[in-house]
Structures are given as C-alpha cells and as structure tokens.
Design a protein around this ligand. Structure first.
Ligand code: NDP
Ligand code: MG
Length: 394
C-alpha cells in the first residue's frame, strides 16, 4: 500500500484553501485529509470536506454549527464548532498542517500545529509577523519543519542553500505594485474598496487584496522574510515587478543572482509545500515564455506607498511594534472594507500606532495576544471617538 500523507487544512474555504484542495484533488490516493476548517461558510466547508473526503470539519463561528451538521448529515464526516475545536484539531497528529486562515486568528492553531504536525506549511503570514521569534523557537524546540507557502518566501526557500547562507548578499521579494501602482496619492485618497480589491495579477481573499493595494502586504512579507530567514532588514529588498512571474531572488557575494519563476498561481507554491521534499505536479497555470513580452523591475515609490517603510521601522523598534503594526492594519483594513475610513488612513493610522507603541517584553504567546488586544481596543476607541466628533460637526 502506498503511504498517504495525512493533512489538516486550516481555512479550507479561502482562496489558499481552495487552491490547496485543487492540488490535493489532482493527486488521488496521495493524501489523506483529516480535518478541514472554516469560520462562517458552512456550505463551502461541507462541500470541501466531501470533495476531499475529510474525516472532520470544524467551523469556528458556533452559530453556523447547525447548518454544518445539516449539510454533512449522512456523510460520515464528523462536525465540531468553536475556537476550542479549532485548536483541538491542530493537536491531532498529522504529517502536514496547512495554515491558510487569514489574520492573527491563525496564531493559536499554528501554535498547536507546531507541536503536533511534522511539517507546518504557512500561508497565513500575520502570526509570523506578530509572533515570529516565538513561532520559530517553538518549531525548533519540536523539530518541526516550517515550509513557507507565500509565493515570495516559497521562492526564497527554493533558492537559499543553507550551506551558503553566509554568502547571501541580499534577497529580493517582488511585488506586483497592486491595482494603484500608477495612481497618485491624490487619486488614492478617494479609492473605493471595489477598486482596491481588483488585483491586477493575483486572485486572493479580501484582506490580502487590500494589503496588496496599500503595499502593506509587502511590509508584512519583509517582516515574514526576516523571521523565516534570519536576515537583517537591510538585506531584504523589495522590487516592483508588475508581471508577477519572478517571485523572489537571492543574490550571493560572488554576484550570482538566482531567481524563481512561475505563473501567478498559488497552486505552484502550494504543490511545492504539499509535496516537499518531493516535487509533485500542480494543476495550476504554467509559465509560457513565448508569450512573455517583457519583465520589468522597478524601485517602489515609498511616497505613494508609505506602508512599505513601516516594516523596516517596526523591525528596528522590535517585536512590540510588529504586533502593533499587524493589529492596526487588520483593524483598518476592516474599517476600509466597511466604508468607514479612507484608503490612505490604513497606512497613516498604522504608522501612528507603531510610533506610539511602547517597547514591552513579549516572551510568551499570552504576552503577544495581550498586546494585540490592547492595540485593537485602543484603535477602535480612537475610531469611535473620531466618528462621534465628526458626527457632532455635521
Ligand atoms: P481568504 O479570506 O480567502 O480565506 C480565509 C480563510 O480563513 C477562510 O477559510 C475563512 O473561513 C477562514 N477564517 C477567516 N476568519 C477566521 C477566523 N477568525 N477564525 C478561523 N478561520 C477564519 O484568505 P486567503 O486565502 O486569501 O489568505 C489566507 C492567508 O494566506 C492570509 O494570511 C494571506 O495573507 C495568506 N496568503 C494568501 C495568498 C493568496 O493568494 N490568497 C498568497 C499568499 C499568502 P470562511 O470562509 O468561513 O470565512
Ligand atoms: Mg506574497
């Protein structure tokens, strides 16, 4: 009998989760899916659980539990609900856990998976930004292999030869530049959520799409790269590459630059992570060199995209500032998506929050969660105060 890799997929109903489901479905008999999770989308969770022949489906928002049970009745697939069930799922041993939840909400299941899964494939970058040193220390303590799924970090993983790490001059993370690459600050001031959600090269969930429009996504990725590859921020560079075909580069001291290319399709890095250390076929799009007319690389405009510099500022300040940056951004993206603030407010407010954030010692997960909660509460309080004042002026 062929050995099947056992998997959990956290966030199966999202853009990454569905791409992972495509890769798994393309390899029948190679994977055995244990648990799949979602937050509110019971119908899509049930459908994915059936498609992947999963043993258990977990929905974190308990108000959708009945809907999930109904959708899975007679299927033989177990159901569970709530935050506790999510974390408990991550304590079930597996060969690989794919972390594809969006935001800081993925931290607790990641923490548990680091102890109980042999390999943890991480797409969910926010926990790495907010708790990077703790996450890496935990992976080392349990001998767990972390595999980056984020396309740029997956590229660097493929290119970095650990034996030559000391000869790395710099790494380059590419960025498409997002939908507002050629917009002025004045134009961006009145940008709508619909405009910001229209990414030119990638199809992704709403939060990362807005992060790409502000370029906060690249800021989070600079911190993510610093955490994953232990490189000083000065050796992590960002270049705008509108075609999104070169995902990352590593320049060595001898002048050699290695780069990884592929179509703008997350099924490639996901297949890499699911198959590792083997390579398996991806059902995604493939790169057609004969159809390429040009590959451009440009310096980012930090004046128009101030969010990008926040990564370097936060790294200089320390972990508290990284926690604050991530929390502030999550709150502001949500405000923007609900039409409750302007597009430029996202970076402006995030900058102010890290400026005001005191450096506190964060040695445990509870410390990180406490600071994250404080930042969110303070920012929400400021927003309510501001809106009340504004309403009073009308
Ligand atoms: P989506 O918004 O498409 O999906 C998010 C998933 O997480 C869904 O399954 C959702 O469930 C679940 N979820 C949402 N909130 C919670 C919560 N509070 N608790 C538990 N589960 C929750 O996101 P993406 O797939 O686009 O992104 C996932 C992560 O991967 C992000 O961190 C992103 O930055 C990263 N990433 C994404 C890329 C992409 O191409 N999409 C590329 C590189 C990295 P439900 O459907 O029920 O709401
Ligand atoms: Mg990326």
């Amino acid at each position: 009998m062929i050995y099947k890799k056992s998997l959990h997929i956290f966030g199966v109903t999202g853009s990454i989760g569905q791409s992972a489901a495509d890769v798994i479905a393309a390899h029948p008999g190679q994977f055995s899916v244990h648990t799949v999770t979602a937050h509110k989308n019971a119908a899509a969770l049930a459908e994915s659980a059936k498609r992947l022949n999963a043993k258990r489906a977990v929905i974190t928002d308990e108000s959708f539990y009945d809907e999930l049970k109904r959708a899975l009745s007679g299927s033989g697939i177990e159901c569970a609900a709530g935050q506790g069930a999510l974390v408990e799922a991550a304590t079930q041993p597996a060969d690989l856990s794919l972390m594809a939840i969006v935001g800081f909400a993925g931290l607790r299941p990641l923490w548990a998976a680091l102890e109980h899964s042999r390999i943890v494939a991480i797409a969910n970058k926010e926990p790495l930004v907010a708790a990077g040193p703790l996450v890496m220390a935990r992976a080392a303590a349990f001998g767990t292999q972390i595999l980056p799924v984020d396309s740029e970090h997956n590229a660097i993983f493929q290119l970095l030869d650990p034996a030559q790490q000391r000869a790395v001059k710099r790494i380059v993370l590419t960025a498409s530049g997002g939908p507002f690459r050629e917009w002025s600050l004045e134009q961006m001031r009145t940008a709508t959520p619909a405009q910001a959600l229209k990414h030119p090269t990638w199809v992704m969930g709403p939060k990362i799409s807005i992060d790409s429009a502000t370029m906060m996504n690249k800021a989070l990725e600079v911190i993510e790269a610093h955490v994953l590859y232990a490189l000083p921020p000065a050796q992590i560079e960002v270049l705008i590459h509108p075609q999104s075909l070169v995902h990352g580069m590593v320049e060595y001291d001898d002048g050699s630059v290695l780069c990884q290319m592929g179509a703008s399709d997350m099924r490639t890095p996901i297949a890499y992570a699911l198959g590792w250390p083997e390579r398996i076929a991806s059902p995604g799009q493939k790169l057609d060199f004969s159809a390429l007319s040009k590959l451009e690389f440009l310096k980012p405009d930090l004046n128009c995209f101030p969010a990008l510099s926040l990564a370097y500022r936060a790294l200089e300040q320390g972990l508290s500032a990284c926690v604050a940056l991530n929390a502030a951004n999550e709150i502001m993206v949500d405000e923007f998506l609900q039409n409750r603030c302007g597009f430029l407010d996202i970076a402006e407010k995030s900058a102010r929050i890290i400026e005001e954030c005191p450096a506190v010692s964060l040695s445990t997960l509870d410390d990180v969660e406490a600071l994250d909660g404080e930042v969110r509460a303070r920012l929400k309080h400021d927003i309510i105060k501001y809106n009340t004042q504004k309403a009073g002026q009308i």
